[in-house]
Ligand binder design. Structure first.
Ligand SMILES: C[S@@+](CC[C@H](N)C(=O)[O-])C[C@H]1O[C@@H](n2cnc3c(N)ncnc32)[C@H](O)[C@@H]1O
Length: 196
């Protein structure tokens, strides 16, 4: 829980925090979830955030967006765009399409590679950085001597993403997007759409 001294700190929302709410020094962190047994500070849906326009410094989502269709995520991003301050960051961590974890949960509706994130840029967020993690980040297992060099290799040569199945898949990828008014173009429709 946040204390009084957190008042002056930048506000970070961990959306869909579940039982794994982010901890990061220097931030006032509010967990948001619809699940009442989660660690959330606010039990509310992510598309109805009770915050003023441009009042939030960072939005973080981990293993959350894969539960939504493309159009649902576009709607979520418009709510994130509303509450975030200009130039602030939207941090996204999702399972990589090459990993069994992406498919073992039958409730997953979206699958991601590095290129997927560029399909959301018309919502007003530009892609700033993408990082691959062979195993869950931070890695706490027994063979860091193998994990860190492979992470380094993947992140030095992003083209290796397409060979990820050889190493049993990349577990997750992280994309940092930035709220950037220049990218805003809601009339743009990547993919196809039927008229009503
Ligand atoms: C797979 S869990 C991820 C939990 C945590 N972020 C983690 O990395 O372990 C997804 C979470 O999103 C929450 N969730 C699903 N739909 C939501 C919504 N519309 N608004 C807020 N939270 C939602 C679920 O209740 C669940 O706790």
């Amino acid at each position: 829980m946040n204390s009084k001294k957190d008042f002056d700190k930048p506000l970070l929302l961990d959306i869909g925090c579940g039982k794994n709410k982010l901890s990061r020094p220097g931030y006032k962190i509010l967990g948001i979830d619809i699940w009442k047994n989660s660690d959330a500070d606010l039990i509310i849906p992510a598309n109805k955030l009770p915050f003023d326009n441009e009042s939030v410094d960072v939005i973080h989502t981990r293993h959350f967006l894969e539960h939504f269709t493309y159009n649902e995520t576009v709607d979520l991003f418009s709510e994130f765009f509303r509450v975030l301050k200009p130039k602030s960051k939207l941090e996204i961590i999702v399972p990589h399409v090459s990993c069994i974890a992406a498919f073992q949960d039958p409730t997953h509706k979206a699958f991601f590679t590095k290129r997927s994130f560029y399909k959301y840029q018309h919502t007003g967020f530009s892609v700033k950085n993408i990082e691959f993690f062979w195993f869950r980040n931070p890695y706490k297992g027994w063979f860091p001597f193998l994990v860190y060099p492979i992470n380094k290799l993947l992140n030095t040569f992003h083209g290796l993403e397409r060979f990820a199945s050889i190493i049993g898949g990349i577990y997750e990828l992280q994309c940092v997007m930035e709220k950037d008014q220049l990218e805003l173009d809601f009339l743009h429709t990547p993919g196809a759409k039927l008229s009503n």
